[in-house]
Write a protein that binds this ligand. Structure first.
Ligand code: SF4
Ligand code: SF4
Length: 655
């Protein structure tokens, strides 16, 4: 008897049985590959990917692929950062259990089919123990997922599917794992006893419980287990489990672009196709189409969507599924996704941040909006905003008002200075909205106090075009971007500072598509530096702080605003990257909201739940929107105020 820990492969399986096994295994793998190939042909119907402005070398591209797979797939970065308290550990158990079983099976195959034999001794013991434990992690994770889905409440049901296919995928995984343990138990109880059997505690315990197995019973258990593995191979590409395969390619090839950047439409492309935006799935690019198949239907995107959470029809998971369905069926996007859903999006990117497989839902939504705008389907106040932007180059008020806020304040103009260190980009709200004006005056006060050499463009500044772009009027945006960039070229400066996170995002992440990169900062970033240098004082008093989506999530800045306060912030439930949208972005500021469906009310409720009525913020859009969410009985208690205004007060300036 062999006393070295190991096990026989193809125990009790005859030569003919082996041949049959190979035949069915290769056949099922071929069926799986054919289905994947058919899917990839669908993805190839999309447009070629846009060429990056700075093309990478082949070595650089491979390095990026490897980095993405390590971070997003192996380290499961996005899943670990999930807001779901139960979803993340459950998925991690399933993923790492599955990964261990896959690696284990591959090692076993190498040992069987290569001349190198290593499946014995200490290696064997570690191998068996690892697979036994990780197999249990897998079984627990899958069972957890099944129970969670079954027990999900009515609100979760549209997110967490209850079709037979939703249960089938999980049940299949469970059957494969459980029959694997049963097979292991059968092997242990049909072969002579060894003490080292205990390196597989689960299999051995089951084997002792089952009692003696005959070779015939072992053979039955073996074929039964293999049958489920073949079923798994054949049905994998049809189930949501296909994300196991597709997510690796999606992560590897994910474009290296900022969360807040939208892909420009090229005029040449419009001339060739006669089409603006997406009206059918093939109008998206190939990576975006592939990413649709990576969706695991986990519902994380919908769970965090501010529109969905106030009862609107928009469900980002459904947008992904319906767009995928349009790809498969060649139906028009309009037949799958309603205008109402598309207009409800605030482009807050909470869905993009939450998605574990890097799907960029906002790109799909804005591209479909572009088509709606081109078809004349945008109505209501947003069309007035676009008209105004076309005539006055401003989202609010009149372009000539852009210098009125400066009167009585020491605000140098670029046209008088020509050369300066910092360009203060004021933005439409900063120049024309009463609260925005107070913020602009406070920023100017603080820059003067810290002796920063700055200037403003005044009437030379136009809207960056952000609201137009996100509503779907791409060419209005490109027109404004072009004229602003021409203006900027007239002056010499080192960096831009702005108090508007939407201007920040557009200038920093989107203008570089048309010109060289600009160094752009949010005012809280510059003020934090000036405070660190001792040039201005920090804010006294305690506040809660509302993170603007386009600063904290889209541009990853949530530390600088907090550092302006001497006391720790009273944090609302959702903060930092996971902040809750006020409802203003994506042009929603200029769209009507039904009572009871206002994201601002929801966010205000959360901010007031901290117990504080003193709310600091760093975005003029958020300020305007959140004001509308203040409950009537609290309107004289709540103070919503920009950090710059608070800092002006701390530094001896008037509000
Ligand atoms: S961007 Fe925000 S509002 Fe739009 S679908 Fe995503 S989570 Fe919902
Ligand atoms: S799009 Fe992403 S977050 Fe939404 S259900 Fe699919 S995988 Fe989950």
């Amino acid at each position: 008897m062999n006393s070295v820990p190991t096990r026989h492969e193809f125990l009790y399986i005859s030569a003919n049985g082996k041949h049959l096994f190979y035949f069915i295994t290769y056949l099922s793998l071929a069926i799986m590959a054919a289905q994947v190939l058919a899917r990839s042909k669908l993805w190839m119907q999309g447009k070629p990917m846009a060429k990056p402005k700075e093309p990478q070398t082949l070595a650089g591209t491979i390095k990026t692929w490897i980095h993405h797979v390590l971070v997003y797939i192996l380290a499961q970065k996005k899943v670990r950062g999930s807001r779901k308290t139960t979803g993340a550990p459950m998925h991690l158990l399933i993923f790492y259990g599955f990964l261990a079983l896959t690696i284990g099976t591959t090692l076993l195959a190498i040992n069987t089919y290569s001349p190198i034999k290593f499946h014995y001794g200490l290696y064997y013991e570690v191998y068996e123990m690892t697979l036994d434990v990780m197999g249990m992690a897998f079984v627990v994770g899958v069972s957890w997922a099944l129970i969670r889905r079954f027990l999900s409440n009515q609100r979760q049901r549209p997110v967490m599917g209850h079709q037979w296919s939703d249960y089938w995928a999980l049940l299949l995984l469970l059957v494969v794992a459980v029959t694997g343990y049963w097979l292991e138990a059968a092997r242990i109880s049909s072969t002579p006893w060894h003490d080292w059997n205990w390196v597989s505690p689960v299999g051995t315990s089951l084997g002792l419980l089952e009692g003696r197995f005959s070779p015939a019973m072992y053979r039955f258990a073996w074929w039964f287990h293999m049958s489920w593995i073949w079923v798994f191979f054949v049905t994998l590409p049809q189930m949501k489990l296909k994300h196991v395969l597709v997510a690796i390619s999606t992560a590897a090839g994910a474009p290296e672009v900022e969360m807040g950047r939208l892909e420009p439409i090229l005029m040449e492309e419009v001339e060739q196709t006669g089409k603006i935006g997406a009206s059918e799935a093939a109008d998206f690019d190939r990576w975006h189409l592939m990413s649709l198949d990576a969706c695991m239907e986990c519902g994380r995107c919908t769970e965090v969507c501010p529109a969905w959470n106030v009862g609107k029809k928009l469900n980002p998971q459904l947008i992904v599924q319906e767009t995928r369905s349009a790809l498969y069926t060649k139906a028009s996007l309009a037949a799958k996704v309603t205008d109402e859903e598309l207009w409800a999006c605030t482009t807050c990117n909470a869905c993009v941040e939450a998605c574990p497989v890097l799907i960029r839902q906002v790109d799909f939504i804005v591209d479909m909006r572009r088509n709606l705008v081109a078809e004349g389907k945008l109505t209501g106040p947003a069309t007035t905003m676009l008209r105004q932007m076309g005539s006055n180059r401003s989202a609010w008020g009149n372009a000539t008002d852009r210098e009125a806020w400066m009167q009585g304040h020491d605000v140098p103009l670029a046209r008088d200075k020509k050369t300066f260190d910092v360009l203060f980009w004021v933005g439409c709200a900063g120049a024309t909205d009463p609260a925005g004006i107070k913020t602009s005056q406070a920023v100017a006060f603080l820059l003067n106090k810290a002796k920063v050499d700055f200037a403003c463009l005044g009437t030379e500044e136009a809207c960056t075009g952000d609201p137009a772009r996100r509503v779907g009027d791409e060419f209005m945006f490109q027109d404004l971007a072009g004229s602003n960039l021409e203006t900027l070229k007239k002056y010499q400066f080192h960096s831009i500072v702005t108090a508007c996170p939407h201007c920040l995002n557009t200038l920093k992440n989107e203008y570089p598509d048309f010109e060289d990169k600009l160094k752009v900062e949010h005012h809280t970033q510059m003020l934090a530096r000036l405070a660190n240098e001792g040039k201005i004082k920090r804010i006294e008093g305690q506040f809660t702080y509302h993170d603007p989506c386009y600063l904290a999530r889209v541009n990853s800045e949530s530390i600088a605003p907090r550092s302006l306060l001497n006391l720790p912030v009273i944090e609302p439930q959702n903060h930092g990257k996971k902040t809750l949208c006020c409802g203003a972005g994506g042009g929603r500021m200029w769209m009507e909201e039904d009572p009871g469906q206002r994201p601002a009310e929801r966010r205000m409720e959360e901010l007031l739940n901290t117990g504080s009525t003193q709310i600091a913020l760093g975005c003029p859009f958020c300020k305007i929107m959140l004001e509308t969410g203040v409950p009537a009985d609290k309107s004289d208690q709540v103070r919503l105020v920009d950090l710059a205004v608070l800092m002006q007060e701390s530094n001896g300036g008037m509000e």
